[in-house]
Design a protein around this ligand. Structure first.
Ligand SMILES: CC(C)(COP(=O)(O)OP(=O)(O)OC[C@H]1O[C@@H](n2cnc3c(N)ncnc32)[C@H](O)[C@@H]1OP(=O)(O)O)[C@@H](O)C(=O)NCCC(=O)NCCS
Length: 172
């Protein structure tokens, strides 16, 4: 079982090791996913991106967060945090690393002005533990294919979220 003590900033880890872990956690076509188009050309936000180490200090999981924006029909861009990928090595899944990584990233958000967090993931996991929901995203669009039930958002006040818009990298 992991603990917060086993989490370190992701930029302390060799990027090649992070890529190797993502290759093991996801299918090889992962780079063609819509989520990758959303963060194309961006650097992960260092303060919100973490690595999980096991008791022997081996890398077992990662989380990255990215600056994205939802451009509403009036052309106004609303800044958001894109969460993910969250990845845990297959043989270490179910031991609490995913929960520890997600909770660390969400806890690191600016508490005075947390931006809405958006992600593409299973509502059964991200809804159950952190309250992500697909309801407010029904009118949102992405630059590639997506399953509407898996486009999730988490926000203190969902009433402020635009009902329609196109998600993309934040160019503010
Ligand atoms: C999804 C993932 C990050 C979860 O991390 P994890 O360390 O395995 O999960 P945890 O140990 O923190 O949580 C385990 C709990 O979550 C549940 N859970 C895990 N993945 C789930 C999913 N996709 N849907 C529903 N529930 C899920 C487990 O059933 C377990 O529930 P329990 O506590 O009632 O037994 C990990 O399984 C993974 O890397 N999967 C492959 C990559 C992926 O799909 N990433 C998510 C998209 S960005």
């Amino acid at each position: 079982m992991s603990s917060v003590a086993n989490l370190i900033p992701l930029d302390h880890v060799d990027p090649a090791l992070v890529e190797a872990l993502l290759d093991r956690a996801f299918e090889p076509e992962r780079r063609t996913r819509t989520a990758y188009q959303l963060r194309e050309g961006l650097e992960a936000l260092p303060a919100l991106s973490f690595a999980a180490l096991d008791g022997s200090d081996h890398l077992v999981g990662t989380i990255q967060c990215w600056p994205v924006g939802l451009t509403d029909p009036a052309g106004r861009a609303h800044p958001m945090i894109m969460v993910g990928p969250v990845a845990v090595l297959p043989e270490q899944q179910g031991a609490g690393y995913g929960k520890a990584l997600m909770s660390a990233a969400l806890a690191a958000l600016n508490p005075r002005a947390p931006l809405p967090q958006v992600m593409i993931g299973d509502p059964e996991y991200y809804g159950r533990f952190w309250g992500f929901t697909a309801e407010p995203t029904a009118g949102w669009r992405l630059p590639g294919p997506w399953e509407p039930r898996r486009l999730l958002v988490r926000c203190d006040n969902p009433a402020v979220l635009p009902r329609e818009g196109l998600l993309g990298p934040w160019r503010g």
